[in-house]
Design a protein around this ligand. Structure first.
Ligand code: URA
Length: 242
């Protein structure tokens, strides 16, 4: 279900959003954001610097991956410099993607083989992946204003998914940004690994982020991560097809 498909961010009012099975319709938020979003000066400067250093890399806002008609949305933090920022596909080419895509495949949310490249033929099944912040931040750390600026795009991403039923939130920044995008107070929807929250007909599933740091330090084990997606699978299977 779609929480409020009519609630467009201020500068997107009047935009006709076409829901395209492939995800990037002419009026979709990905198409609207494009490659040269000017909103965050620090991120624009970083992007420009990397365009100079690595002209063959994506070096632009990273669009969502997967169909807008999916029932599941996964929200990450931000593109990794040599991962999504290089390849142009969320979680593709960095350590976090290895665990994420293997887990998605195990629970039937991905088909094909993940080979850390956007042309590997991997497809998401009833799932879509986006980031709370679309541009790569220096040292992987977006600042509060950048997260707020990009929240309009997260809101629009959610609004253009008519069948959305479940959202997996990878880490606290994804959790906080999505809860704010849904218009809820954080105190009423606190982050906790394994927690589930019902919000406007959606179920939010919290997980620690599947970063190399979290997995190397044991904060998140592959088993803990699998349990989150097992719960999502059970939830969607119990609901049936919408
Ligand atoms: N790559 C992404 O696209 N997002 C993350 O949160 C981490 C890596």
């Amino acid at each position: 279900m779609c929480p409020d498909a009519t609630a467009r961010p201020p500068d997107l009012v009047g935009t006709k959003v076409e829901v395209a099975p492939g995800g990037i319709g002419a009026g979709s938020i990905d198409a609207r954001v494009g490659r040269d979003c000017p909103r965050c000066p620090r991120l624009v400067a970083f992007r420009e610097a990397w365009r100079g250093k690595q002209p063959t890399w994506h070096n632009a806002p990273v669009p969502s991956f997967g169909s807008a008609v999916a029932r599941l949305l996964i929200v990450g933090l931000a593109p990794g410099l040599q991962g999504a920022n290089r390849t142009g596909r969320p979680f593709t080419g960095d350590y976090a993607g290895d665990l994420l895509y293997a887990t998605l495949k195990e629970y039937g949310f991905a088909a094909g083989d993940y080979a850390a490249r956007p042309d590997d033929g991997l497809a998401l099944v009833d799932a879509r992946i986006t980031n709370a912040v679309r541009c790569v931040p220096p040292e992987n750390k977006p600042v509060g204003e950048e997260i707020r600026q990009c929240r309009d795009f997260l809101k629009a991403t959610i609004a253009e998914m008519p069948n959305l039923a479940a959202i997996v939130l990878l880490g606290r920044i994804a959790h906080d940004g999505t809860v704010a995008a849904l218009g809820r107070r954080l105190a009423a929807v606190p982050f906790g690994h394994g927690a589930q929250h019902a919000v406007d007909g959606l179920t939010l599933f919290d997980s620690y982020h599947c970063s190399r740091y979290n997995t190397n330090t044991g904060v998140l084990t592959p088993e803990m991560f699998r349990e989150v997606f097992a719960a999502v699978r059970r939830h969607l299977d119990a609901r049936g097809v919408s």
